[in-house]
Design a protein around this ligand. Structure first.
Ligand code: DGL
Length: 268
């Protein structure tokens, strides 16, 4: 048993889908969440900047003596994978577990990954999918408008700007007859209903957040590190706490239990 909390980081709401998934799997753990909304979106930033930001975020979490860090962010998982691997605290991104889930989708037809521009440009998701599923065509598509839309509340399946963006980005996925779609950005699962309405029921969707959370739970259970917490949660943001809180309450469908704590925006 290890009573220390678990840290969770992302640029914003996407990480909360990771928190939600982890909370469902581990109700007693204490969780500390950092949403870097002051520097969001991450997806349009150059790799070197993202790596510096990733390091700052990990070091912030390390200050809480966490037993593990869930990097519930596809952008950091794909552009700073080596930082996560060699960090002195066990860090879990969302790339490997979600690619593994995609590899379980039966058939020989195309598979698609959608993620932020930085994640797609890194090639990390496409490479990992190709290595795991060498015989299948892999479509790899950036969706830069999704995160700003989602963060500003455009998530309903009948939302017109969201539907326009879905048609633009996912037209090729539908035309290719893809059998699986990976949300390589943790924000994207929030609009799963709208995406599925467009692609139809034959396309399996895989959430990077849910896969990463399950991988972290498996690790903690295997190592005997679960238990001892009280289900507590602390929330930090580098943005405007009231805005973060409103969005988080809407997403989680419950009050946060503790006031959102503000952080300065670190320079990059
Ligand atoms: N949710 C993050 C990801 O999974 C970051 C999105 C963004 O800030 O652009 O990539």
């Amino acid at each position: 048993m290890d009573t220390r909390p678990i840290g969770i980081i992302d640029s914003g709401l996407g990480g909360l889908t990771g928190l939600q998934a982890l909370r469902a799997l581990l109700p007693e753990e204490d969780l500390i969440f950092f949403g870097d909304t002051g520097r969001m979106p991450y997806g349009g930033r150059p790799k070197e900047q993202l790596r510096r930001m990733g390091q700052q975020n990990l070091d912030f979490m390390a200050g809480f003596d966490v037993k593990a860090i869930f990097v519930a962010c596809g952008t950091l998982s794909s552009t700073a994978a080596d930082l996560l691997d060699r960090y002195p605290i066990p860090c879990f991104g969302v790339l490997h577990a979600s690619v593994e889930a995609m590899a379980q989708i039966p058939g020989e037809g195309p598979l698609a990954v959608i993620a932020t521009q930085a994640s797609i440009d890194s090639g990390a998701f496409a490479r990992a999918l190709k290595a795991r599923c060498p015989g299948r065509e892999i479509l790899s598509i950036p969706c830069p408008a999704f995160v700003p839309l989602i963060e500003s509340g455009h998530t309903a399946p009948d939302d017109i700007p969201l539907r326009d963006a879905i048609e633009e980005y996912l037209g090729p996925v539908r035309r290719a007859g893809a059998q699986g779609l990976l949300y390589g950005c943790t924000h994207y699962g929030i609009v799963d209903e709208a995406v599925r309405a467009y692609l139809g029921p034959s396309v399996r969707t895989v959430s990077a957040s849910a896969c990463g959370a399950a991988q972290l739970r498996d690790y903690l259970v295997r190592e005997g590190l679960t238990g001892g917490g009280s289900g507590g949660e602390r929330f930090f943001t580098s943005g405007y706490p009231a805005v973060f809180e409103r969005a988080a309450v809407r997403l989680l469908g419950r009050p946060l239990g503790s006031p959102v704590e503000a952080l300065p925006v670190w320079s990059v």
